[in-house]
Write a protein that binds this ligand. Sequence first.
Ligand code: VGL
Ligand code: ZN
Length: 199
Amino acid sequence: MPTALIVIDVQNDFCPGGALAVPEGDAVVQPINRLMEQVDAVVLTQDWHPAGHSSFASSHADRLPYDMIEMDYGPQVLWPDHCIQGSDGAAFHADLRTDADMIIRKGFRAGIDSYSAFFENDQTTPTGLDGYLRTRGIDRLIVAGLATDFCVHYSAVDAAGLGYDVSVDLEACRGIDLDGSLDQALRTMVEKGVTLRGT
Ligand code: VGL
Ligand code: ZN
């Protein structure tokens, strides 16, 4: 089965010292570089927000990072400013192999966030990744990267819903874990037919 590795958001801002650091976020880099040797195609995603993005707490009066708000497309967690287009925080971790087949940017529209590599957070606007993978004849995906409970989770669930055979390699992922979001994400992925490896 032609297989692609989907590497989610291995960017400086999600690594130690970054604006939205995921604990041990940089520990995913070497396992991901090794997985790249085992697949037919590699896709990197890059969280890529304009300054003043609506997912930033700083864009809302009287809101703090990690507050929840209601957007017209549904609930949205507010984050510290992160992954601003062209910034060092938005760059890939320096040790990540970036000789990928495809790099897909997401979250670049000011009014809508995009956790998933396939759909923006309205769950209907496509990023185009499904078309790319289908036209390449890829039917099996390994998903890895940051963060397990947000962008990895939504990407894996959307991929399963689109009919791909999806596994998440947990040794090559790290989570944020807001109020139990990591356990919840692992449960949801299993319910939606995603295979978890490396537990
Ligand atoms: C992510 C929060 C905000 C992620 C991106 O990559 O999981 N999380 N933007
Ligand atoms: Zn983001």
